[in-house]
Design a protein around this ligand. Structure first.
Ligand code: FAD
Length: 339
């Protein structure tokens, strides 16, 4: 079967695109690894989504998903690993080796957390190094931890961690903190957060580990967290004070990485143009990429503001633009068959 439209991603952009496409009666498939996207990493309440003065990310995700599932739309929980343009249709290949075809595609795959790229990071993923505060914070009750990154996400992570950890360092590379004043005040009020600026993380250290694959580490971490404990192998970090050039060791057991994100675009190479941040360049009014019939929306694109309401708005634009494109395609085909 050939779908009218495939949407890749189940965050605010993809879900909104799905709702609009289904309401235009497009035969649509939404493929996503997860629902909610980056909202699931939000540790404190969301306070800037209109209509909800304060709502937890889990509740907003549930509401988004419920709204989507009310539509006539096919949904696949899978990961797209390659997107190709055939003669007419697009072909999406997934991790579970499925092949899906459609006349138009919307990429709404958002962004993944950025890695620190320091020695020890990869070795201790799931063993003290975390990219999801909301998922892992409860495992660090009464422990000392560090949040790497002093932006809003870093401060919010620290505020939330203060409900569990006894001490939280925030390490910021730059001299000046750029998180909102409100977040800085909230962190201060916890009495558990210490901010260190001008700090370049050099290494994450821990106990010796046997060599293991990523998959095994994840299984082990899940099993341990289900038992309510985690084999924490991280035991310290080393950072350099960028002013004095001195290396300083901080004994601690958890490292939470909050240094921004990287657009999830690997599967689309060749079909779209990227800017210097690896974001997909789209035409502002329609979310159209350089390939006709291929649209992109939300954080994966070069749209300036990365926010839930913006991603939802861009998803709406992409959904309606895809509908316009498909209607044009249909009209051209009818004209040809009339000749
Ligand atoms: C810690 C944190 C706090 C934030 N706080 C706020 C806030 O308070 N207010 C606010 O407005 N915004 C906030 N944001 C930003 C907001 O979450 C994002 O702007 C928004 O989620 C972007 O939506 P999106 O749909 O474009 O992408 P994402 O949310 O990144 O969703 C992308 C989706 O695509 C899926 N996907 C990725 N690759 C593939 C693939 N190859 N195949 C299939 N599926 C794939 C993912 O699983 C995910 O479901 C925050 C972000 C973070 C990280």
């Amino acid at each position: 079967m050939i779908y009218d439209l495939i949407i890749i991603g189940g965050g605010p952009a993809g879900i909104t695109a799905g709702i609009y496409a289904a309401r235009q009666k497009l035969n649509t498939l939404l493929i996503t690894k997860s629902f909610g996207g980056q909202m699931a990493r939000k540790t404190v309440a969301i306070e800037n989504y209109p209509g909800f003065e304060e709502i937890s990310s889990s509740e907003l995700i549930q509401r988004f998903e419920k709204h989507l599932r009310k539509q006539k739309i096919d949904i696949e929980r899978d990961e797209v690993i390659k997107l190709k343009k055939l003669k007419k249709e697009f072909l999406a290949l997934t991790k579970s080796k499925h092949r899906f075809e459609a006349k138009a595609v919307i990429i709404a795959s958002g962004a993944d957390p950025r890695f620190l790229e320091v020695p020890g990071e990869k070795k201790f993923i799931g063993r003290g190094v975390s990219y999801c505060t909301v998922c892992d914070q409860a495992l660090f009750r009464d422990k000392i931890v560090a949040v790497i990154g002093g932006g809003n996400a870093g401060f919010e992570a620290a505020i939330s961690l203060a409900n569990y950890a006894k001490k939280i360092y925030i390490l910021e590379y730059r001299k000046k903190i750029e998180a909102d004043e409100t977040n800085q005040e909230r962190a201060k009020r916890t009495g558990r957060v210490e901010v260190i600026t001008n700090a370049a993380l050099k290494q994450i250290k821990g106990n010796q580990l046997p060599e293991r694959g990523e998959a095994e580490r994840r299984v082990e971490m899940k099993a341990n967290s289900e038992r309510g404990k985690l084999h924490r192998f991280v035991n310290s970090i080393i950072y350099q004070d960028r002013e004095t050039k001195k290396n300083i060791t901080l004994p601690l057991e958890g490292v939470f990485v909050e240094i921004g994100s990287q657009p999830a675009t690997a599967f689309a190479k060749g079909l779209v143009d990227f800017n210097e941040k690896d974001e997909i360049i789209v035409e502002f009014e329609t979310c159209q990429t350089k390939t006709p019939g291929l649209f992109a929306a939300g954080d994966v694109t070069d749209v300036r503001w990365k926010q839930i309401v913006v991603a939802a708005g861009e998803g709406c634009k992409a959904g309606l633009s895809a509908y316009d494109y498909l209607r044009g395609l249909q009209q051209r085909q009818n004209n040809i068959s009339d000749l």
